[in-house]
Design a protein around this ligand. Structure first.
Ligand code: 13P
Ligand code: SF4
Length: 322
């Protein structure tokens, strides 16, 4: 290994971290990070969580902060802005979109809703603010089942945009929700065949899968749950090896929470890709985080009327999650 470059990389990263901590104090900023961003960002954040926990954090305790930096993807920044309209909300990289949110354009979703009169619209939080504003209630993977269960058994429901999460919730609740045909490119990529093969080599390793995975992967899983639920299971379970079918960023917290355990990333369909990274989440870096604190941009801006409409289903979700 080239010690000179690895030593200077370490020094650079320490300097970046020191700058971020200083700027955070100076600018009264709070840093939120999703479990899928790089481990170094998770470690410097004031709060790390899954989508539900981050929304709850934004709603309850951005407190005195003047600035909230959302290290994740844009829809998460928009949710924070809707919940904290008086704060300046920054994201380290404005290109951090989401293939799932992109799979549900608001105008097409509005047409879909109009084609199903009398239906209540339940949307996953992984959507644009425009789609949120069209929805009756939002859910995350942590609370989707609970919120769907809160509706009468014969309620007519639309679920969007993730067809896999929707199909999973239909299967565990016995519902027949009408599903929007969207998906996340990271979670759709896992190969049930390769996971089954891996399971033969590691028969004692439970398979942990996010409900955004396709049905054949879900059927192989020992535990299906949100990012936070999978983390909790991995740390508290007696097993010492796990096959993890979700985005790679979560491995950082799993390894921190249970350093003696082995976490094996589930193989994607395209084995040449060799990783389970969300390219959007991985746009976040310490350097961009430092720069966004220096420049106070990119800033998330949401039209105030649109924000008011999006706030209702977000608040309904937070209320139903209690
Ligand atoms: P959760 O944070 O609800 O597990 O969702 C995963 C995800 O894809 C976030 O983009
Ligand atoms: Fe979107 Fe999938 Fe990335 Fe989550 S992992 S931000 S759903 S593309």
């Amino acid at each position: 290994m080239d010690c000179t470059s690895s030593c200077s990389n370490a020094t650079l990263s320490e300097k970046l971290k020191a700058d971020i901590l200083r700027l955070k104090e100076e600018k009264k900023a709070v840093i939120l990070a999703h479990y899928y961003v790089d481990g170094a960002i998770q470690d410097i954040a004031d709060y790390v969580g899954d989508s539900l926990a981050l929304a709850q954090k934004a709603a309850s305790s951005c407190g005195d902060a003047a600035i909230v930096v959302m290290c994740g993807v844009n829809f998460m920044g928009e949710t924070v802005k809707v919940l904290c309209p008086d704060k300046k909300v920054l994201v380290p990289d404005s290109q951090a979109g989401c293939s799932l949110a992109d799979s549900c354009p608001a105008d097409e979703f509005a047409t879909f809703i109009a084609a199903h009169p009398g239906h209540t619209v339940i949307s996953y939080v992984n959507t644009s603010v425009e789609v949120k504003a069209l929805s009756d209630v939002l859910v995350t993977s942590s609370n989707a089942r609970k919120i769907v269960d809160s509706f009468p058994a014969d309620a007519k429901l639309i679920f969007g945009p993730d067809r896999n999460l929707g199909a999973y919730i239909n299967s565990v609740t016995g519902r027949d929700m009408v599903l929007w045909d969207g998906a996340c490119h990271v979670h759709e990529r896992f190969s049930a065949e390769s996971i089954a093969k891996l399971k033969k080599e590691h028969p004692e390793a439970p398979v942990l899968a996010h409900p955004e995975c396709k049905r054949p992967v879900i059927l192989l899983a020992d535990k299906v749950g949100s990012t936070a639920a999978l983390l909790e299971y991995a740390i508290s379970s007696d097993a010492t090896e796990f096959i993890v079918a979700t985005e790679s960023g979560i491995l950082h917290q799993m390894r921190k929470g249970a350093p003696h355990k082995i976490f094996i990333p589930a193989p994607p369909i395209d084995s040449t890709c060799g990783c389970n990274d969300c390219a959007y989440m991985k746009l976040n870096s310490l350097e961009k985080l430092r720069d966004c604190l220096v420049n106070e941009e990119p800033e998330i801006v949401v039209d105030s009327e649109l924000a008011k409409r999006a706030l209702k289903p977000i608040n309904r979700m937070l209320e139903l999650s209690k």
